[in-house]
Design a protein around this ligand. Sequence first.
Ligand code: ZN
Length: 149
Amino acid sequence: MNIITHLQELDDLIVEHTRPPVTSILRNKVAFCIEQAQARSSDVERQEQTLAAQAETIDHLVKEKSQVDAELSALKNQAASPFVPFGGVLWKIDDQGSVERIPYCPQCVTHPVMFGNPPIKKIIDPPIWQCSMCGFRAQFVGRPETAQR
Ligand SMILES: [Zn+2]
C-alpha cells in the first residue's frame, strides 16, 4: 500500500471522527500531503524512465566500444605489420621501402614464405604462388606499389 492510499484513508478517518472547524484544517493538511506525494510519485516515475533509457544507452555504448576497440586493434596491427595485401597474398616491405620478390601466405597465422609453382629457377615470376604449410594458392598478378601501403 503506497503513501497516497494511507493519506486518503487518513482523510476518511478525519471526516468520520472530527468536527468542524478541525475537520477542514486537518483535511487541508492531508490534501497538501497528498498533492506532494503525487508530485513525488510522478518525479520518481520520470526518473525511472530516464534511468532505464540511460541503462539502454550504456549497454549500446559498451557494445559499440568493444567493436571500436576491436577495429582499433586490427588497425594498429595492420599499421605495425610489414606486410601489404595484394593479389591475394602478402608482400613484405623491407626497411628501404622496397617490395620483396617472394610473397607470404595470408592464410597461415605465421605467414610463411610462399614458393612459385612451378618452382622459380631464375628471376622469372611463376604463374602461381603456393604456401608450403597450408597449400594455399594464388595467381601471380604483380606486386604492389610501395605507395599503396
Ligand atoms: Zn599458408
